[in-house]
Design a protein around this ligand. Sequence first.
Ligand code: ADP
Ligand code: NA
Length: 329
Amino acid sequence: MPRVFSGIQPTGEPHIGNYFGAMRNYVALGEQYGKNSIYCVVDLHAPTNPAAFDPALLAARTLDMAVANFAAGLDPQKVIFFVQSHVREHAELGWLFTLLTPVGELERMTQYKDKAQKLESTPAGLLMYPVLQAADILLYKADTVPVGEDQVQHIELTREIARKFNHAYGETFPEPRAVLAEGALRIPGVDGQGKMSKSKGEASTLGILEPLESIWQKLRVAPTDPARVRRTDPGDPDKCLVGDYHKLFSDAETVAEVYAGCRTAGIGCVDCKKKLMVGIGAHLGPIQERAAALQADPDYVRDALAQGAREARAIAQPIMEEARERVGF
Ligand code: ADP
Ligand code: NA
């Protein structure tokens, strides 16, 4: 049976990019593989990007990330769901992997370049991020990694690290493969500034747990096809993030209607956005209701995470022991 691993950073509110790009696949794979599907709030990764990290918010954001995943349909009784820092072996295996990874290759990682370029001083941890990510995955000998398209390069590096370790110390780790969401989604931010990302702050994201009124306020002013200046100009819904979002949230009939309406100037952008809100409400409403119930019971969430950490450690510790012995410790 395959073993699934994926992580999500507690660097901010979980957003619809995380949901459609990754979390929905967590749920689907969880249904299929039960306790062989392992999901982790990767809190050790969060401080690598100082621009998106606040120690005072870390605990709450970690809990929110668990709540959002449980509310989205992940059942902690059926899968393994835990917090990375509760399992110390992640950092230990990460150290062993730093010894096998050329700095030059890490410097070529797209995400690193993007994030480093915005910082005045770059922490070494930001460079090491994909090495720790490789340890996250291989600590469970996972071979199946549901992620968004933005992570493919990192999973490629994980494969290389596994190969190098096996070559240097003997066959130990599988070479995992990325499993992309259908359509290999890369969901744009609502501010029109490229990929939606927690690290870009709330202007970029539509949160899964964000009140619908607040979502509407962002959507209302969201850029649409820039060529559509007047209400009577036809637009190109394929060049519009509202068009992209409709494909995620609206039924096929509505998508066809607004796409045709946009191309013929039969519908204005404001009405198109209002129609989108209907789909968003239908999707997020039930998730937000379940989240409210979980938020009212933080002990349940904490207990589930503690149980998840015990289950994760039971798998991780013997694998870490094996890796230590291979290297000679
Ligand atoms: P973020 O970039 O928002 O900080 P993470 O790094 O925590 O998100 O990524 C969690 C998961 O969500 C990863 O599998 C990532 O590929 C996916 N993901 C993040 N942003 C997007 C997006 N805009 N579109 C599709 N998938 C995304
Ligand atoms: Na990311």
